[in-house]
Design a protein around this ligand. Structure first.
Ligand code: ADP
Ligand code: ASP
Ligand code: MG
Length: 418
């Protein structure tokens, strides 16, 4: 993502620019939209130039996807974008009306009107730039600017969406584009916890979390933030505050360790930052592929050409000149993957492809994974004590991930957290 000349323009505004994002649960009905409007108006009256990025109301996006399934199992990705981006347009217009109703001037923008330029990868587009001048122009006129999250426009004016949960990424990109010092993500939880509070009864709220650790947690399934929002925040060093729109309590700051040291006096990293899990995944195994140079390259180039992201690749020890290759894909990609599996097996002369949708991942994230010997062993012991069988394991400097049966996912998360 590139920044425009907006940063210098932001400095010309007399008021500090505040970028807030409200998620679907915060704008799920008209009363909640009015609640958000009151919060926005209060921040405006405190003297901020306020930009608000909004998600679609409640479960609108799920509903639109369901509608498309009633029409076709293989919709064009361009048409999915046309359909899904509409959800955010509704909440944006309603919020702008609700803010105006409180006597604060406001204007709503689609992603396109706000200058969100993306590439042309429909349904998972990446933001190329945010042309912040239009937003800044309205802020300079004293208006609250309400922007539809999750969407953008390509160079040739095709509407795109950023992938599920993508409004977080819109918000951080807007914050960078208008030169804001921070981006607030307001949601239904009052911060980032050491595990999903819907699964673990008493997780701990983090006062702060480093960009690196949060990125890892988000990639590994902590859906409180879209992982790409953390990537952008890290790249441009724009801290994210995660807090709730329902109460006024302190949230969690995602920032650099340097800032954490300055603000909270915290120097040493914690060993384990948190537990993340992912149920919306499937394991694909390509069985009996020839153990020859170039085979993996062929397989993953073909998958990459279809815009399919792979999570974990494991190649089993070869036997009789053949290997089994397994990898994980997000559930949303399954339609695209199943369409190419037979072709892949033929392409490399493998025996067959097996799809296992009864899997989940549980991950442990923290700097201690690299620093402290024995952490992985403790993780495996906790799972074993629960009688949970580990199918695949993957590690890096910051995480250990285990693939386990989907129906034991919650038990696994609770056991690890305990
Ligand atoms: P929004 O609609 O506001 O974007 P999301 O549903 O996308 O909200 O994200 C908030 C949810 O993320 C919470 O309700 C919570 O269940 C889930 N979540 C998962 N992991 C975590 C975590 N580590 N800390 C906080 N929330 C988490
Ligand atoms: N409305 C989109 C979704 O439900 C984007 C978002 O909420 O961030 O995935
Ligand atoms: Mg979200």
């Amino acid at each position: 993502m590139k920044t425009s000349a907006a940063e210098s323009s932001a400095q010309k505004l007399e008021r500090p620019v505040l970028v807030q994002k409200y998620g679907g649960s915060s704008v799920a009905n008209s009363d909640l939209i009015k609640n958000v409007a009151r919060r926005v108006a209060a921040r405006y009256r405190e003297g901020n130039a306020v930009v608000v990025v909004v998600s679609a109301m409640g479960k609108t996006t799920d509903g639109l996807i369901q509608l498309s399934r009633e029409i076709t199992s293989q919709p064009e990705r361009r048409e999915m974008d046309m359909l899904l981006h509409a959800g955010e347009i509704i909440s944006t217009a309603l919020l702008a009306m609700a803010v105006a109703e409180l006597g604060v001037p406001s204007v709503s923008f689609t992603g396109q009107q706000a200058g969100m330029r993306t590439d042309s990868s429909h349904t998972q587009a990446r933001i190329l730039s945010v042309e912040g001048h239009r937003i800044l122009g309205e802020l300079a006129r004293g208006k609250v600017v309400v922007i539809a999250g999750f969407q953008g426009v390509t160079e040739d004016l095709q509407i795109t969406t950023l992938g599920r949960g993508g409004s977080d990424t819109s918000a951080v990109a807007v914050a960078v584009g208008v030169g804001a010092r921070e981006c607030e993500i307001l949601t239904d939880v009052d911060g980032v916890y050491t595990a999903d509070p819907r699964i673990v009864e008493k997780p701990c709220k983090m006062q702060w979390c480093s960009y690196d650790e949060m990125l890892e947690l988000a990639i590994l399934g902590a859906k409180v933030l879209h992982s790409r929002s953390v990537e952008i925040a890290r790249r441009f060093d724009v801290p994210i505050l995660v807090a709730t729109s329902f109460r006024d309590v302190p949230g969690t700051i995602i920032c650099s360790p340097e800032k954490a040291k300055k603000e909270f006096g915290i120097m040493e990293a914690v060993s384990i930052r948190g537990i993340a899990h992912q149920k919306n995944v499937a394991k694909i195994s390509l069985v009996g592929v020839p153990d020859q140079p170039g085979v993996a390259a062929k397989i993953f180039s073909t998958i990459g050409q279809q815009d399919i992201n792979i999570h974990m690749i494991v190649q089993a020890e070869h036997r009789g000149g053949r290997n089994d290759l397994s990898f994980l894909v997000a559930g949303d990609m399954m339609g695209r993957v199943t369409g190419i599996l037979d072709g892949l097996v033929q392409l490399v002369g493998g025996e067959c492809a097996v799809v296992d949708e009864n899997v989940a991942t549980v991950s442990l994230v923290g700097e201690g994974v690299q620093r402290e010997p024995g952490i992985a062993a403790r993780m495996f012991t906790s799972l074993a004590r629960e009688g949970i069988n580990i199918d695949l394991i993957s590690t890096s400097n910051l995480m250990v991930t285990c693939v386990i049966p989907k129906d034991r996912c919650e038990d696994g998360v609770r056991a690890l957290h305990a």
